[in-house]
Design a protein around this ligand. Structure first.
Ligand code: NAP
Length: 540
């Protein structure tokens, strides 16, 4: 869709959706099916969201393909075969483009358009969104589907303008790609993204310098390939999966199904852990022993199991000392899946640099300096993560009642109601906003669809009852934040510094960004709000 010329009179819609990734595409589809006049926006040049931006080498989904998809159309489910258990970025991007084409969504999506301001008008009771180019759009509902991991964090290393090579953030990877063959490459960051990059490029580059601040407990990924016959077996399970994913802890088709850890003998515990390990998926984490997340001594035993697995893969014990995590417990930082990551450090062309005690000092024209040593590099890859949960919305100038700024509010205290609405911001819906499982503890496809359905049902309710505004009361919001914190503080998650707690962004208020009471429980809270005709919300 073409951009329109800046105008002082906004174009009028019923709803404006920001983001054209998994959530935004489905939100556009649902609202349009309900008969609303909708426009969606995305800063990217194509649809796909995360799967458009994160096109770095090795980018891959780590939810199983057969549950990382839309459930709303049987026709779509029947015509799309996934080729792998964990598909690579291009396949997922193709799928989302296919969905956009099949449901003729593109005609209502304005690409290459970043929303700079979103202001609520108390007298017209409408939102006005202004793009960076100055175009204006107004609507009754503003649905943000702008992603929980979409605002990249770039560390402020001094001297980057002097560097003669290339610098690329993994979440802003050039669409035309980056030729790394035979180059001297540095990777900063060893989270889920850095791990995928490192294991993929190690065999191709001349020299790879990995700058690690925090070691990870990565679990091996068992990535089966499917032909049509093999995939048909998964399709048979769709009716079961479609229902089950909404009630498990993390939105997968598996759950915490093991007996209590203490009820097993030591041999039985190891047997259970080995079985989970062999599954090669996130089931080792959110489908294993539920005590992992709450009981310190059990967490330590499971951490030791993983530490031994990692150590056994690395030839040089000194390198293993750096790569094996010790300072925090397994599963309290997002667990990555790996496929050759640890083996990469057995290669002669790969060097691991510990930047925990001696941080990266600066760029020079030739590379990076750590502890006075200059590492000469042609390309520096920043796999340095995101301002998660709040970043995408906080980087927009979102103002609610009486001009209240969402950014200023979240800079002091990150609050929401069910992660879906915020007191003071009527008719703003925050899909993948903070304090819902969709921020981190969920197979995203499950949680985003559940949230989009909640938003759509809420708007349908307002229209049916001739109401125009909905906003959570301050009491309702307090209730949710208190419950969220109680659940979070009963776990080990708050003890670890990572994006989960906002610790990766300087000055960000500390709170577990994601609701950790489970996807099934969260859904009950959302259903209760709907079934009670939005008790605790002001509806006018
Ligand atoms: P991340 O987990 O936040 O990791 C960022 C890395 O950069 C960390 O190792 C961090 O170290 C390091 N870092 C940041 N600033 C640094 C500095 N100044 N000096 C040295 N190191 C620095 O980000 P991510 O790897 O992009 O992953 C974010 C999330 O995206 C994942 O947890 C996951 O949920 C999602 N993801 C999913 C997939 C998938 O499904 N396939 C793939 C990739 C990512 P510290 O830990 O010490 O801060």
């Amino acid at each position: 869709m073409q951009q329109t010329a800046p105008s002082s009179t906004p174009l009028e819609f019923d709803a404006l959706v920001v983001g054209a990734g998994i959530a935004g595409l489905y939100q556009l589809y649902r609202l349009r099916e309900m008969g609303l006049k909708v426009r969606a926006f995305d800063a990217a040049g194509e649809v796909g969201g995360t799967w458009y931006w994160n096109r770095y080498p090795g980018a891959r989904v780590d939810s199983m393909s057969y549950v990382y998809q839309y459930w709303f159309s049987d026709e779509l489910l029947n015509e799309w075969d996934w080729s792998e258990r964990f598909p690579a970025q291009p396949e997922t991007e193709r799928y989302l483009n296919h969905v956009a084409d099949k449901f003729d969504l593109r005609k209502d999506i304005q690409l290459n358009t970043r929303i700079a301001h979103a202001h609520w008008n108390d007298s017209t009771r409408r939102w006005t969104l202004t793009t960076e180019a100055g175009e204006r759009f107004a609507a009754q509902y503003f649905v943000s589907c702008s992603g929980m991991l979409s605002a990249p964090v770039v560390p402020p290393f001094p001297g980057h303008e002097k560097f003669k090579g290339q610098i690329a953030h993994t979440a802003r990877w050039p669409e035309s790609g980056l030729d790394l063959k035979g180059k001297r490459v540095g990777v900063v960051g060893t989270g889920a993204t850095g791990i995928q990059v490192i294991q993929t490029i190690a065999p191709d580059v001349a020299a790879l310098k990995v700058f690690q601040r925090t070691a990870q407990y990565a679990v091996p990924m068992k990535n089966d390939r499917y032909d049509a016959a093999a995939f048909a077996k998964w399709r048979e399970k769709y009716p079961e999966f479609r229902e089950k994913v909404h009630h498990t802890f993390a939105g997968f088709a598996f759950d915490f199904e093991l007996p209590p850890y203490r009820s097993l003998t030591p041999a039985e515990r190891i047997e259970a852990l080995e079985k989970l390990w062999a599954d090669g998926s996130l089931s080792f984490w959110v489908g294993g022993f539920t005590e992992t997340l709450v009981e310190e001594d059990i967490n330590e035993e499971i951490s030791n199991f993983v530490r031994a697995k990692i150590r056994a893969r690395i030839k040089d014990p000194k390198v293993a000392d750096i790569l094996v995590p010790s300072a925090y417990g397994f599963g309290t930082y997002r667990v990555p899946l790996e496929n050759g990551y640890y083996d990469a450090f057995n290669r002669d062309n790969v060097e691991l640099i510990d930047v925990r005690a001696t941080p990266i000092e600066r760029f020079t024209e030739n590379g990076l300096v750590v502890d006075g040593r200059e590492f000469e590099l042609d390309v520096v890859i920043l796999a340095t993560g995101f301002d998660a949960g709040t970043g995408a919305l906080a980087r927009m100038d979102v103002r609610g009642r009486e001009g209240c700024s969402l950014t200023e509010m979240w800079n002091k205290d990150i609050r929401s109601t069910l992660g879906l609405q915020v007191h003071g911001f009527p008719n703003l819906f925050t899909v993948a906003g903070p304090l819902a499982p969709s921020t981190a503890f969920c197979n995203m496809a499950t949680c985003l669809q559940q949230q989009v359905d909640w938003v759509s049902d809420c708007i349908a309710f307002l229209r049916k009852h001739d109401k125009s505004v909905i906003e959570p009361t301050v009491e309702k919001e307090n209730e949710w934040v208190t419950h969220h914190d109680e659940v979070a503080n009963a776990t080990l998650m708050m003890r670890t510094n990572s994006w989960y707690t906002g610790a990766n962004v300087e000055g960000k208020p500390r709170r577990l960004l994601s609701y950790i009471g489970g996807v099934g429980n969260y859904r009950k809270f959302c259903d209760e709000a709907k079934d009670s005709h939005y008790a605790g919300f002001e509806v006018a």
